[in-house]
Design a binder for this molecule. Structure first.
Ligand SMILES: Nc1ncnc2c1ncn2[C@@H]1O[C@H](COP(=O)(O)OP(=O)(O)O)[C@@H](O)[C@H]1O
Ligand SMILES: [Mg+2]
Length: 253
């Protein structure tokens, strides 16, 4: 099983990138895939044309509240991680063709909810074992990743925009990944669709990180997202999809 994480500032194209990786993996039969939407924004289902709530699915946050914070079932003799695991299988998993999807949802009540965090990590550890690839769509930071989802990642793709803020963000993300002890094999910087091709060298010079290519700007992406059509159905010769295939090939896929 391999874990891939897409990150970057809001609007850089992370979620679309995850959708296009998924398309490529399905087409090259790298399945089954588990998609984890870790962004409270929850847009991954949308770009895949899935009505998550309409399908009767619940976010992990909702399931955590149901399991641990309401009902107060802590006296039940089943370990917390097993309880949340069975809830996820039962109510939290959207099953698509070649991929399944779970959504972490908005943060549950802040504070030290160590029990839910630990239980969730244990449960996800078991669930992910059933898949060949796990692809995580994250919000900007990585702290939550280690706390709630996983501390081992194969490839991190950090999408960058042509702004100082975005460069700073990538530098900070890399530092934080190290600080919170996320073990990763590769940290790739990906040029977002607004990123000029020829600034790749600048990324490597300034950040000392590997620049693995840029996602082409593609009006199909905008059209599909606007109309609610799944990005999995974007034509094979769409510029964004072609560029993502190139990036994945350079990353060894
Ligand atoms: N390759 C692309 N070409 C053109 N527009 C894009 C591309 N990728 C994303 N976008 C646009 O940017 C918006 C944000 O993309 P999204 O993938 O949701 O970013 P993020 O997850 O980083 O917030 C989309 O609604 C879409 O209009
Ligand atoms: Mg997103």
């Amino acid at each position: 099983m391999k874990i891939i994480v897409s990150m970057g500032r809001g609007g850089t194209g992370k979620t679309s990138f995850v959708a296009l990786i998924t398309k490529y993996f399905i087409e090259t039969r790298r399945t089954p895939i588990l998609l984890i939407d870790a962004d409270p924004d929850q847009s991954l289902a949308d770009v895949l044309g899935i009505d998550f709530e309409g399908e009767g699915k619940k976010t992990i946050s909702e399931l955590i509240v149901e399991t641990f914070l309401e009902g107060g079932g802590t006296t039940v003799g089943i370990p917390p991680s097993e309880r949340i695991e069975s809830k996820i299988w039962e109510k939290g998993l959207y099953e698509g063709e070649g991929f399944d999807l779970i959504a972490i949802g908005p943060k549950w009540v802040e504070g030290c909810y160590c029990l839910p965090n630990e239980a969730l990590k244990g449960a996800l550890g078991k669930i992910t074992k059933n898949y060949r690839y796990v692809i995580v769509d994250t919000p900007a930071g990585l702290e939550h990743l280690n706390r709630r989802i996983t501390s081992i990642v194969n490839d991190i793709f950090d999408l960058i925009d042509p702004s100082k803020k975005s460069f700073d963000h990538v530098a900070r993300a890399y530092r934080i990944a190290k600080e919170v002890n996320i073990k990763f094999d590769n940290f790739y910087v990906v040029g977002g669709y607004r990123f000029p091709e020829d600034l790749g060298g600048e990324v490597e010079r300034r950040l000392k990180l590997k620049f693995i290519g840029k996602i082409s700007s593609d009006e199909n992406i905008e059209k599909f997202i606007l109309s609610g059509r799944s990005l999995l159905e974007i034509p094979g010769d769409s510029p964004a999809y072609r560029s993502v295939r190139g990036i994945l090939a350079r990353a060894g896929y």
